[in-house]
Write a new protein. Sequence first.
Length: 360
Amino acid sequence: MKRPYNFSAGPSMLPEPVLERIRAELTDYRGLGCSVMELNHRSDAFDAILHALEARIRRLLKVPESHAVLFCPGGGRMQFSMVPMNLLGAGVSATYVVTGTWSKGAANEAMRFARVHVAYHGNGTKLPEEEMLDLPEDASYVYYCDNETVHGIEFPEPPRVPSRVPLVSDMSSNFMSRPVDVSRFGLIWAGTQKNFGIAGLSVVIVRKDLLGLASPEVPTMLNYDVYARTGNLPNTPPVFQIYVAGLMAEWIEAEGGLDVMNARSIERSSMVYEALDACPAMYLTKVDPKTRSRMNVTFRLRDESLTDVFVREAEEAGLINLAGHRTVGGIRASLYNAMPIEGAAELASFIRTFALRHAV
Ligand SMILES: *Cc1c(COP(=O)(O)O)cnc(C)c1O
């Protein structure tokens, strides 16, 4: 049976070879007589999984020695709290670039701990030009979201910030989809359920000199330094999430690495944007074309009553989970690493034929 193409924003598609590996190893991991879920997390076998994952992340992203790679449970939003708890240090203020739902959520959470300076407040359709950003030199860090998943806007380049202020990026929805110059960042974090595995785990890449700044009141399990000092084993980690991220890293390497992931993401998203732009009487795209996301393509039907029809007919054609985020409606097609080029091609062709069939 052919599986449908799944455009879910997250949890999202996994590559079929990864699913097949999970199936093959599920009841008996490499002859050990038990699954990964039943392995002691201090065993040699799990130690090998953990170290291989870190080594692959370091190779794929060319992570410099100056940065630690941490695996934190709690999913993406846990980082909204962990970032200020750990990086404020003796400072009291942090700068947030608010470009949509996820950076806004992060700024709101930081207000529990810090004086938050909002350097830009967008509405989800545009990103700030450099001269629009108001960045104080004395902030503990500058925080932004590299790809706003709900709206479908993506920074082509990270924002430029004063050199002594660490730059922090939420890359949850475009992590491992293109090369990144890690040395420019104080901290990068990403929940794994978009491009790199399943929900419940975040990868945190942090400059080592920023570890150990947390005040003594910060709970042990929310302190990055505890993860660094224990080799990512402060307690029983989310073993299955770590295993699946390891399989994703192995798959990305086998496919050719981040340049290949990037080229594919451009090819997939360009096909879909071209189809939308070819049918302006049917579809409305609000995102500034310069900042259109390679990961999440968002659009609306000019006749809103056709939105449900679009989602239903797409589903019948084997293109599933295309409804937009519940807060904004419309349509959203998420095109992460696991989405085959043919999936995007079928969606582009569906967009064109739908417009012809429903033309007024
Ligand atoms: C999905 C997502 C999150 C939240 O992740 P959870 O694991 O659901 O907490 C945060 N930021 C971005 C950019 C996301 O895409």
